[in-house]
Design a protein around this ligand. Structure first.
Ligand code: GDP
Length: 480
């Protein structure tokens, strides 16, 4: 049946502007309400590489899977843990990263110009290395994760002792819990006269972060990023967890990993910071990084020192790619320039389209299909409401919802408007977003559309429940 550009864009999960641009390039001025006929829809589907036989298409994801061989246990060696620091703005993330970096000037590199490459390594007192990811915010973390790039082994949750748990602290907790990685709490700004660590502990407990001294399993470190107090303690705690979890990688194969960030340098061309996750990267290696490729001409560490090789958990800057890749793109060594080039080129357009069409949107209507496919046992919800009272009422009503074998899992429930961060989390966690007496802004609405996240708005609790129940009944329709 004919669809408008707006509806069709939604169907193929492309921004409407892409379609309007496509026709504009052919001299046609259409708008989002223009109706497309079947031929036009077919043509657009082709143009965007939207292929209905997904399993036969070489996607960015399956290229990497197909090329990953299974490691023999004897090839695996211990690698440094990869750590991300998250917390509320001004609670001291940057100061903590800087302090740890300052107090760790590796001999021989003193005086080297440190560069912001999105990650760096420190060597602890005990001589072991830790890699810190220095991403600007939680969004980057979740965005990478929603693209299947799990870079972080451990999350440091930083909370200022004079301020306590704040909205972005809660967000960080949601992200870390959903990524299922161990959390270490760093209670910062203990040097301040109004520091109140007991309050921080209690507030975190109310958010399900239980300190070891309360019988939980989350280590709490008390210190000051500014006064460089507690840093050794923090590092030893990270290393203790790393030892328990036994993070390993195989250095004896072609390197693969994740692009942390990239930009275009006027004189050097595309410059990418990458985190090596497997294998050893050598200068002159031919790599594919997402839709880009190239021969590594130059490689440097975070202190600007030239490197010939890089090993697992090591962040490095590489020069030699043909274009600028995106943060979160996977990279892989493929020592055949022609193949690398043809894969990168041939897949470029397709990748972009596949990425969107592969990102399954999770909608109320699709719940039944997901269940029938046997892939859904939990319906993830994010709830935003106007008052704490509504949040609590919704939480308790939803907890009572009885859907045979399928549970409602609330991954975030809080007071406030629906935000971009809610959408990012929903996309990563395949969740529906419910607004109760709150609405998203136009910007948030657009992001939801692009990310394939469904937002449902309600102002009567029983209607919201009824709707979910109806979807649930759908799930339970007997199949004859
Ligand atoms: P971010 O937004 O989380 O990256 O926070 P910043 O690292 O930029 O820190 C915000 C402010 O808090 C800055 O003015 C820091 O100097 C200050 N700050 C950070 N850590 C401490 C600390 O341990 N003690 C005190 N007194 N101030 C700190």
């Amino acid at each position: 049946k004919p669809l408008t550009i707006f509806e069709f864009a939604k169907e193929i999960q492309k921004p409407t502007t892409e379609i309007i641009k496509y026709y504009f390039a052919q001299g046609m001025m259409l708008n989002q309400n223009t109706t497309l006929n079947e031929d036009q829809m077919g043509e657009l589907a082709l143009h965007f590489g939207f292929d209905f036989k997904k399993e036969n298409v070489l996607t960015k994801e399956n290229i990497f899977e197909q090329l990953q061989e299974v490691d023999k246990p004897e090839d695996l060696i211990t690698r440094p843990p990869v750590v991300t620091i998250m917390g509320h703005v001004d609670h001291g993330k940057t100061t903590l990263l800087d302090s740890m970096r300052d107090s760790n000037v590796v001999s021989g590199e003193a005086g080297g110009i440190t560069q912001a490459i999105g990650a760096y390594q420190v060597t602890s007192k005990s001589g072991k290395k830790i890699t810190f990811i220095d991403t600007p915010g939680h969004e980057a973390f979740t965005e990478m994760r929603s693209r299947g790039a799990n870079v972080t082994d451990i999350v440091i949750l930083i909370v200022a002792a004079d301020d306590g748990v704040m909205p972005q602290t809660e967000e960080a907790i949601d992200h870390a819990k959903h990524a299922n990685v161990p959390i270490i709490v760093f209670v910062n700004k203990m040097d301040k006269p109004d520091a109140n660590p007991e309050r921080v502990k209690t507030e975190l407990m109310q958010h399900g972060i239980l300190a070891e001294e309360f019988g939980g399993d989350v280590p709490f470190i008390y210190g000051s990023a500014k006064q460089k107090q507690g840093l050794d303690d923090l590092q030893e705690t990270i290393l203790f967890i790393a030892e328990l979890r036994d993070y390993k990688a195989n250095p004896n194969k072609f390197a693969s990993g994740i692009v942390l960030e990239a930009h275009l340098d006027k004189s050097k061309g595309p410059v990418a910071s990458v985190l090596i996750q497997q294998g050893t990267l050598n200068i002159r290696d031919v790599v594919i990084a997402g839709p880009t490729y190239g021969t590594i001409k130059d490689m440097e560490n975070e202190n600007g020192r030239k490197l010939k090789t890089a090993v697992p958990s090591q962040p490095v800057v590489i020069i030699g790619l043909n274009e600028v890749p995106n943060a979160g793109d996977k990279f892989l060594v493929m020592n055949d320039a022609t193949v690398a080039r043809s894969i990168a080129e041939a897949q470029y357009e397709k990748h972009l389209a596949m990425e969107r069409s592969n990102k399954q949107s999770f909608t109320l209507d699709s719940i039944k299909t997901h269940i029938d496919d046997g892939e859904l046992k939990l319906v993830n919800l994010i709830i935003k409401a106007d008052t704490q009272g509504s949040v609590e009422a919704l939480k308790s009503s939803l907890a009572k919802l009885d859907i045979n074998g399928v549970r409602i899992n609330i991954i975030r429930a809080s007071v406030g408007a629906i935000s971009n961060s809610d959408i990012t989390l929903a996309a990563a966690g395949q969740a529906l977003v419910y607004g109760f007496n709150v609405r998203p802004s136009a910007v948030v609405h657009k992001k939801a559309e692009e990310d394939g996240v469904e937002i449902r708005l309600h102002n009567v609790i029983y209607k919201l429940i009824e709707e979910l129940e109806a979807a649930a009944k759908g799930m339970l329709d007997p199949v004859f």
